[in-house]
Write a protein that binds this ligand. Structure first.
Ligand code: SAH
Length: 233
C-alpha cells in the first residue's frame, strides 16, 4: 500500500516537472515570436530587442495570464492599471536612445516590466509609482529577478525624483494632460523624454521631448492610449 502511494506521488511529481518544463519552453518560444513581431513593426535597436528577448514578461502578470503574456496587447496588473503592450514598450525605449551608464527616470512603475527592460540597458534606473501596493510588489519582483540596482519609490511622479536629478532620459508610462514642469526641469541638457500627453480616457499623443541648448524640441511619435497620470490629493 505504502509503495503504491509512493509510486503515485513520484509519478505526480515527475509529470508536474515535465509539464512546467514544457511551459517554460513554450513561453520562451512565445517571447521570441513577440520580438519578431516587434521587429517587423519597425523596432531596430538591438539593445531593446535583446532586452525584450531576455526579460520574462509573464512573471510580471498573474499566473492566469501567462498564456497571453507575450501577445502584443496590454494586460491588467490590478488596481485598474495595465502593463503596456510590448510594441509600445519597445517604441518608447528605443526613442529614449538610452546608453549604458546613463541615468533614467520612469514615472509609473506598475508591474516593473518597463523598468526591467531599462535595467537591461543601464544600471541607473529610478522609478516612481503612486499606488503603494504596486510599488511594493514591483520592488519585490525586481529584486527577486536580480534587478537589485533598480530604485523604486512610492510617490506622486508628477514631481519626478529630485534627489537623483538630472536624468539623461525620462519615460512616463501614464498620461498627464500637460507636460509636468518638474520633469522637464529634471531632464539633462541633451536629455530625452518620452511622454503621452492628452485628456484622460481618450487617445493621447506620444511625444519625444529633447532638451537642446536649454530649449525643448517636440516630436510627435503617434497616438497612444495610456491610463491617466493621477495626482496625490
Ligand atoms: N510601466 C508599467 C505600466 C504602467 S501603468 C509597467 O511596465 O508595468 C501606469 C502606472 O502609472 C500605474 O501603475 C499607475 O498607478 C501609475 N501612476 C499613475 N499616476 C502616477 C503618478 N502621478 N506618479 C507615479 N505613478 C503613477
Amino acid at each position: 500500500m505504502r509503495k503504491t502511494i509512493l509510486l503515485i506521488l513520484l509519478i505526480l511529481l515527475f509529470s508536474s516537472a515535465v509539464l512546467s518544463l514544457i511551459t517554460e519552453e513554450e513561453l520562451q518560444k512565445k517571447r521570441e515570436e513577440m520580438v519578431n513581431l516587434i521587429k517587423s513593426r519597425g523596432i531596430k535597436d538591438e539593445k531593446v530587442l535583446k532586452a525584450m528577448l531576455k526579460v520574462p514578461r509573464h512573471l510580471f502578470v498573474d499566473k492566469a495570464l501567462w498564456d497571453s503574456a507575450y501577445g502584443d496587447f496590454p494586460l491588467p496588473i490590478g488596481y485598474g492599471q495595465t502593463i503596456s503592450q510590448p510594441y509600445i514598450v519597445a517604441l518608447m525605449t528605443e526613442s529614449l536612445r538610452l546608453r549604458e551608464n546613463e541615468k533614467v527616470l520612469e514615472i509609473g512603475t506598475g508591474s516593473g516590466y518597463q523598468a526591467a527592460i531599462l535595467a537591461e540597458i543601464t544600471r541607473k534606473v529610478y522609478t516612481v509609482e503612486i499606488i503603494k501596493e504596486l510599488a511594493d510588489k514591483a520592488k519585490e519582483r525586481l529584486r527577486s529577478l536580480g534587478y537589485t540596482y533598480v530604485m523604486v519609490k512610492w510617490d506622486d511622479g508628477y514631481y519626478g525624483w529630485k534627489e537623483y536629478a538630472p536624468y539623461d532620459a525620462i519615460i512616463v508610462t501614464c498620461a498627464p494632460d500637460h507636460v509636468p514642469p518638474p520633469l522637464t526641469q529634471q531632464l539633462k541638457e541633451g536629455g530625452r523624454m518620452v511622454i503621452p500627453v492628452g485628456p484622460p480616457g481618450m487617445y493621447q499623443t506620444l511625444w519625444l521631448i529633447e532638451k537642446i541648448n536649454g530649449k525643448l524640441k517636440f516630436t510627435d511619435l503617434g497616438g497612444v492610449l495610456f491610463v491617466p497620470l493621477q495626482r496625490r490629493k
